[in-house]
Design a protein around this ligand. Sequence first.
Ligand SMILES: Nc1nc2c(ncn2[C@@H]2O[C@H](COP(=O)(O)OP(=O)(O)O)[C@@H](O)[C@H]2O)c(=O)[nH]1
Ligand SMILES: [Mg+2]
Length: 467
Amino acid sequence: MRQSLARDFNDLLERGRDRQLRLAVTGLSRSGKTAFLTSLVHQLRHAGLEARLDLFPAAREGRILGAQRVAQQDLGVPRFPYDEAMLALDDTPPRWPEPTRGISELRLSIRYRPGKRGMFRSETAHLTLDLFDYPGEWLLDLPLLGHDYLSWSLAQPLATDSPLHNERRALFGDWLEAVKGLDPAAEADEASLATIAEHYARGLREAREAGFANLQPGRFLLPGELSGAPVLQFFPLPGLAEHDRASLAALPEQSVYQTLVRRFSHYQQHVVKPFYREHFRRFDRQIVLVDVLGALNAGPERFEDLSHALSTLMKSFDYGKRSLMSRLFAPRIDRLAIAATKADHVTPEQHGNLVALIEALLADPLQDLRYADVPVRAMSLASIRATQAREVEHQGKRTPALRGTTLAGEEVLVFPGEVPARLPDAEFWARQGFDFPAFRPAPRDNGTLPHIRLDSALEWLLGDKLQ
Ligand SMILES: Nc1nc2c(ncn2[C@@H]2O[C@H](COP(=O)(O)OP(=O)(O)O)[C@@H](O)[C@H]2O)c(=O)[nH]1
Ligand SMILES: [Mg+2]
């Protein structure tokens, strides 16, 4: 009661006055962050004009008067390359924006007329929206903060030789070969550690190319100025066990094991922590983007891998009281969205299943979030719709299909398959009922970027701030 009174009072004070919102757009690499941010900025800039945002009342009611990019607060962080992204999308033929290699941010000033309930009905107000884009590779390092070297090493997929990881193992062949002969107790040899670490980094890069998600350490994939530094020269040691902890701890300083322990902890302290302290601390809202369909398309091992990567990632965000991140940095996220991206890869009647599937995939973190009383919504969307829904006659029946242009420029009409509403089981994979090509974005012919339910995401993330 008291709390809600306080909230009403705050609302009253805030209304008609400038508001501010910091939104973090997070997701693993290739999950669709750049496309989402580009479309979000684009739609807001065209809201109230030609943008189609029926599920975003502030826009539908014509209360958004404009959105402009303004100078951001942190001058040391690159600006989100919105213009470059739009240029790519407007190219002939249209291209997807280039992947971004680092962190970036963008500040939008949104001018709007408060809703009917506002006290200052006729006045206009501003919402300053700070948007943050983090490389998926760096986010992957978050879970690493909850480990020490031994527990991290044991948690890595190749720590044991389970057949679950056969495809991954094939990509790490050189590393597995090289690390096999390495004795944790032997004296560390700088050059050989560097070589083995390079094999490991190459395995990670190839695994990323092959669609794997659970890839640590993330900086090995985007080393930037750390390229070649010893802090990036460690890797897990297969064949260790928790019950070796005491004997491993007793190994001499110069041993392979102790050297890797030092590098791991240096990486935690000097690479991962500063990133979160400086860039990842104070945002109010977060959207987590997940390419569920891409993982379905890639098969069972990749799907399982995504599931694992997401649950560890979400555990480290963990918005409840006990979480690692809240203990370290006390974030105050008051609202969260979890979105299955690229929904235009499946026919519209599958979208309900897609939401059910992402809820199943994130069941544990969703439960924790609800327990922590953080409002959260799962949805499916396409930031930039590249296909059109059609119906075709098939054996006398009308069935749904998608029309689009492949990256190679071929026009196709496809039925990509049914999305399971639950986590796919062996039977689903045996049927292999899922397949779609990547599509080229459609030319927008001076219109706004087509999307699916981006307006619904905007409403969930910003709607209340534009009341
Ligand atoms: N069809 C379709 N493809 C998308 C969409 N969003 C992203 N993609 C594809 O996914 C790729 C990766 O997206 P991007 O936004 O760069 O991912 P990021 O690494 O998370 O920033 C793009 O190059 C597109 O091929 C979408 O809404 N529809
Ligand atoms: Mg990106």
